[in-house]
Structure formats: structure tokens, C-alpha cells
Design a protein around this ligand. Structure first.
Ligand code: ADP
Ligand code: MG
Length: 274
């Protein structure tokens, strides 16, 4: 449309994505002796069905960034936009999954998956139907009434993931969710979680220390530098091997090239013990 009046043209959406981070910076205790600049000027955008992995040294601010995206913490500068609205306070658009599953031990699998929906309020029968559908579709049929203590670590993380999905968030934050699992279980969950995020059109950010996990799960891998952290590089991952074939993928030349580039960007000083 041609703007023929003297008025300012309508605001044009220049950056698209279900999640957009614009120059996000975080300094704790500014201006005091305890000042910590965690990171500066982090920008990226994420579309539906997309997974962004973030790797970076310990203490560079990955969990802090997640708290900002979830609306639990105000950034010192910049903003995060989820689904067109600037994040301010937790509003349920963003779901979280951590290394610890935080399941309630006295509640069954079903009752753990419905937990978030109960807290939110609403129709209990509908919550139950939503939870049962997730449990039965994603590999826990028959365990509806089991207690967490009778489940393996992988199954418990699966329940935690379903509890997050039940709330139907636009964005899912995964903070090292597989790091306590054995290698085989990790490979299976990585492939399943990736497939589910894509098929349900979620946008997800995965924080991980495992470069292989980042490459095999993500569409892009963002590398953060040491603190005060900035975006060191972003690698678009294009592998021609299906992620279901985890072993073949990890053997491919492309996979190893990505691994070497990201490892070099991470600039981790590994020192042998004397
Ligand atoms: P990561 O998850 O990448 O390991 P964090 O986000 O946990 O890093 O922490 C980033 C930096 O900010 C660390 O140096 C940490 O000590 C500091 N930090 C985190 N939370 C606070 C806080 N509430 N007050 C002061 N410093 C904090
Ligand atoms: Mg952390």
C-alpha cells in the first residue's frame, strides 16, 4: 500500500519469528563491588518447529538467559518478544524443562502430567484427556498410574517433557535436560524430543554441554563466549542423514566438521592434570 498521507507509515514487522531476542544484556548488581556482567547484546530469532542449541562455557549466562525468556528476570538491556509481545513476567507462553525432572514423588505419571494444567485452573476432565493422549502417544502407555520412583531416569524425563507439552507453550526451553542420562537413553530421547517439537510446531532452545547433542538436535547452534559473554558464532546445521539414525549421523564427515568448528569456537582450555 502506498502511503499518500503525511502520517508515519504503519509499523512494519522487520524481524519475524515466534521468539525474537533483541540485544539482550544482563548485568547483576550493577554499580556495586559485586557487579557481574553475564552477557551482552544477544540477538537471535526462532520460528515454529525450529530448535536452536546454545553452547557456551559454564557461567556465561545460559540459565540467566532462559530466566529472562521465561519472564522470571528482567534484562538489563534489550528485549525478548514471544509471539509478538514483549516478555514481561511469566505468562505461560514459555515452558521449561531442566536436568532435574522435579516430578512429585507422591503423584502418579498421569497426575504429574496434569500438574501444570491443574495449577493453571480449568476443566479437570479436559486436563486428564490431554495428559492421557500425550502419555499414550509418546511412549508411556501402561504407566499412567505408576509412581515416579518405579520409572527409569529416561522415563522420568519423558514425563517431565509431557508435563511441559501439556501446557501447550509456544516456546520450550530445555536446560541440559538429558545430561544425567546414560548415552543410549540420551540418544533415544534426543531423537524423540526433536521429532515431537517439530511435529507439534513448537520453537525450542536447548542448552547443552554436549556438542554432539547440539548438532544432532538443532537447526542452528549458537556459541557463546566466555563471560562477559557475547554471541561468538551461529552455525546452521544441514545434515543429510536422518536424526533417527544417531550412530550413522555421528560418523558422517559433515557432523565431524561441525563438531570441530564449534569446539574451536568454544575455545575451552583443557589442561592435563599433573
Ligand atoms: P550458566 O547457566 O551459563 O552456567 P548462569 O546463567 O547460571 O550461567 O550464571 C551466569 C553468571 O551470572 C555467573 O557468573 C553467575 O555467578 C552469575 N549470576 C547468576 N545469577 C546471579 C544472581 N542472581 N546474582 C548475581 N550473580 C548471578
Ligand atoms: Mg546453567
Amino acid at each position: 500500500m502506498v502511503n499518500t498521507s503525511n502520517q508515519a507509515p504503519e509499523k512494519v514487522e522487520t524481524v519475524q519469528g515466534v521468539l525474537v531476542a533483541n540485544g539482550v544484556s544482563m548485568t547483576f548488581n550493577p554499580g556495586t563491588s559485586k557487579e557481574v556482567v553475564a552477557f551482552r547484546d544477544i540477538s537471535f530469532s526462532l520460528g515454529t518447529g525450529e530448535i536452536l542449541a546454545i553452547v557456551g562455557p559454564s557461567g556465561c549466562g545460559k540459565s540467566t538467559l532462559f530466566n529472562i525468556i521465561a519472564g522470571l528476570l528482567e534484562p538489563s538491556a534489550g528485549s525478548v518478544v514471544v509471539d509478538g509481545a514483549v516478555v514481561s513476567g511469566a505468562q505461560g507462553q514459555v515452558g521449561y524443562m531442566l536436568q532435574k525432572d522435579l516430578l512429585l514423588p507422591w503423584r502418579s505419571v498421569l497426575e504429574n502430567v496434569t500438574l501444570g494444567l491443574e495449577v493453571r485452573g480449568g476443566d479437570a476432565a479436559k486436563a486428564r484427556d490431554t495428559a492421557l493422549a500425550l502419555i499414550r502417544t509418546y511412549g508411556l502407555a501402561g504407566f499412567e498410574n505408576a509412581l515416579p520412583k518405579s520409572l527409569s531416569g529416561g522415563m522420568r524425563q519423558r514425563v517431565a517433557f509431557m508435563r511441559t507439552l501439556a501446557l501447550d507453550p509456544k516456546v520450550i526451553l530445555l536446560d541440559e535436560p538429558f545430561s544425567a542420562l546414560d548415552f543410549q537413553t540420551r540418544l533415544i530421547l534426543q531423537a524423540d524430543v526433536k521429532r515431537i517439537i517439530r511435529s507439534r510446531n513448537k520453537a525450542a532452545i536447548l542448552v547443552t554441554h554436549d556438542i554432539g547433542e547440539a548438532i544432532s538436535m538443532a537447526d542452528r547452534v549458537l556459541v557463546l563466549s566466555h563471560r562477559p559473554a557475547t554471541v561468538k558464532s551461529i552455525h546452521r546445521i544441514e545434515l543429510d542423514i536422518a536424526s533417527e539414525d544417531a550412530v550413522a549421523m555421528r560418523r558422517s564427515a559433515r557432523f565431524n566438521e561441525y563438531f570441530d568448528q564449534i569446539w574451536s569456537d568454544l575455545d575451552i582450555q583443557v589442561q592435563a592434570m599433573a
